[in-house]
Design a protein around this ligand. Sequence first.
Ligand code: PLP
Length: 453
Amino acid sequence: MTVRLTDLPRCVLDTEYAVRGPIVARAQELERQGREIIYCNIGNPQALKQRPITYLRQVLALCECPELMDAGAAAAGFPADVLDAARAVIQGSRHGLGAYSESKGMRFVREAVAEFIAERDGIPADPEAIYLTDGASKGVQTALRLLISGPQDGVLIPIPQYPLYSASLTLLCAQQVGYYLDEDHGWMLSREKLEAALADARQRGVTVRAICVINPGNPTGAVLDADNIAMVIAFAREHGLSILADEVYQENIYRPGDRFVSFAKVMHARGEREVSLFSFHSCSKGFLGECGHRGGYLEVRNVPADVVAQITKLQSVSLCSNLPGQVVTYLMVRPPRPGSPSWARYQAEREGILGELRERARLLADGLNAVPGIRCNQVTGAMYAFPRISLPPGRSDFDYCLALLEQTGICVVPGSGFGQQPGTAHLRTTILPPTDKIRLVVERLAAFHRSYR
Ligand SMILES: Cc1ncc(COP(=O)(O)O)c(C=O)c1O
């Protein structure tokens, strides 16, 4: 029998993913017709000419093709530490990258992740509480699958948010409980707004299971400080919620003086033992930008052993995450050691990428703020700006972004795809196009905005 659209479950039909929505489809159509498109819709750095980190690709090449280790690696001029790392991976994986690993992911990689967390935060970390995932997306989906028991269950998600959360909750037929971030105060969270969202949801009969926080924020670019994080932990404890901490942009911090603080660190410092924490990291962001390799991890804390066993069972339904992604995760948490042969090049590539992102973040926010009718908070972290735009009466942010695409070739996402305060309109753009293209984006957007109004 042919499957008809009307046969499909409501939750599948209702699921939306704005960063790959109709505006992007139109951009691709225009591109096929020969138009030049500047894609600012998705955080996919290597699609926008960011070069891969050499060390990572050299190790990966040898892991995929160990025969190269004998003659090929030397001929290609691969440094000794690349060979050492590849040997460690091949030995650790035992059967190479063509075999399934255990469901949680290869043990030596989880050990390396635990050491990375311990070093980053100065706290103990347990390899058995770490799951290697196909990007952070799969980890988030697993955590939500675990926490949601029925259509009355909901999760607090930021507004604006990254549509992974709204889409995954819709797919689970669960409730999205939006809490507003404070645009006038650098997109920070406020206890008042969290309490209001929770009270409202409870009044509607929703059982709120967890709160999700994205830090640094997508699409806001905001970096939370330790006090803000402590406030969220206190809120979760008081109301019996778990925390989902999406920390995929932890390397993308641009404002001098700011630094990434993990939820795990603040929880440890507070001696918090009751609130369950699910934190996510990814190889797709930072300076690696290895989106296509689908690497990442989920770390759980304050989760009892019998629940951990259930997460392992959920993971085992997909057997394991992909092995090259697990290796990329290993290399993310185990970069070359200072002084090793690959160190200088690795550092130069890292600083080059992060320096350019910092410059583009500044160019974009300053450029947009110079346009009457556009207001943009400083992009202090992540890879995006979420400027507020004033629109002529009767026009939506979708109309605006579509017209922007048609007239200028710039592909951005309407703010409504991420959620926004009623009565406001935004667009979301990445800071990823090369710097000369970012200048072009600012110029064209400014001219377009003047004419559109
Ligand atoms: C906040 C946030 N979380 C998770 C993801 C998913 O990343 P991946 O599945 O590639 O690790 C993204 C991707 O843009 C993101 O912005």
